[in-house]
Design a protein around this ligand. Sequence first.
Ligand code: HAM
Length: 425
Amino acid sequence: MAKAQIQSVRGMYDILPERRRLFDHVMNVFSQAADDAGYGRVETPLLEDEALFIRSVGEGTDVVDKELYSFEDRGGKRLALRPEGTAGVVRAYLEHGMASWPQPVKLYYLEEMFRYDRPQEGRYRQHKQMGAEVIGDAHASTDAQLIVLLGRVLKRLRLPGISLQLNTIGDNACRPAYRKVLVEYLHAHEQELAAIDRERVAKNPLRVLDSKEAKTRAVLEDAPQTLNHLCEDCQAHFAGVLEYLDDLGVSYELNPLLVRGLDYYTRTVFEFYGEREGSQSSLGGGGRYDLLIEQLGGSATPAVGFASGIDRVLLEMESAAVVPELAKVKGVYVASLGEPARLAAFRLTQGLLDAGVRASGMVDKDSIGAQLARADRLGVPYAVIIGQREVRDETVILRDMASGAQEIVPIKSIIAELRLRFGIT
Ligand code: HAM
């Protein structure tokens, strides 16, 4: 009996070469924009102490309570696969004494995240994020700078119809009072709330605000809004963020129900959406987290950041048909026919590679037609053909794959000739 084949883990997938190039394209656009704006790339481990996420993202959030991949290692230590990037970056900031670097510290990352979520299109158990964090700066222009950075990346990827939603959720000075008013309102309407939200009122009342349940949403129409319960500092900060965005002509929508799913936020929160239908359309989001560094053992340090799901950005690009035609690979396929050509073809392929020319070929018994079909599939502009006669004459046939035109070139000059045609200096 044939053995059952092992499949990839649910919610995790392989990225095959063609699609991988598109990921690289998105990542390159992001890295370029972040590098230009003075951010340095950071990489943190995929595994962290579980407590890091419990203390930052927060108990009571779906990401920690329901979606964390956590386990005990062989030494009995509780570890977790990171579900998001901010906590690890802040841990690294503290661990490497970055507080003594010139502030603010501007970092970006391109990393895999893991969430035990219900898989569906645009929502996976392993996904890639591109994110940026500015640590050590409380100024409203920094919030605006980050919002504009992500906006610029999405624009460079030629995504149409991107919208931006903004809100502020206050800080320790004003949020407790707001929370109280909100809880009173929600209690007064408890019977009208969806069951899942009734539970949330006690655990994490602000999360009720972004409920997807129709019943709850109806209740929320008249719910108290953070904007009307801000302390003076939070009010001034938010006004500052809007001023910078207005000055650049960035359009946004104020959404009083936007709260985000992680506990560390204070003040500004934002989210970018695409045009695709459905609740999975948030292309990226972030906000301020002025209390997190202290919460993780550092001294009070303001910070703000965002992350965007690369998988979702790609889906959005595909649905808007703005996936770029990636440049054809400049290279050559070496085809050979017959035993005497075998060594010459192998030697030439390796010689081309030594000389910095992309080259591939296979020493096999396929017909020239089959080999040229393979060259076509690779999309290379040239094929070099070597048969018995070419070996004898010390020549090769150089074939232009687009036109089919062929010419005879001495084998000793073919490498220089191809370098010239590919502009390799
Ligand atoms: P987040 O909103 O949880 O924020 O995730 C950021 C983005 O990652 C989302 O907007 C979405 O595009 C993508 N994403 C999240 N979960 C999935 C999933 N299961 N499958 C595919 N894509 C997903 C954060 O993670 C914060 N650390 C952002 C941040 C940085 N805030 C401040 N600094």
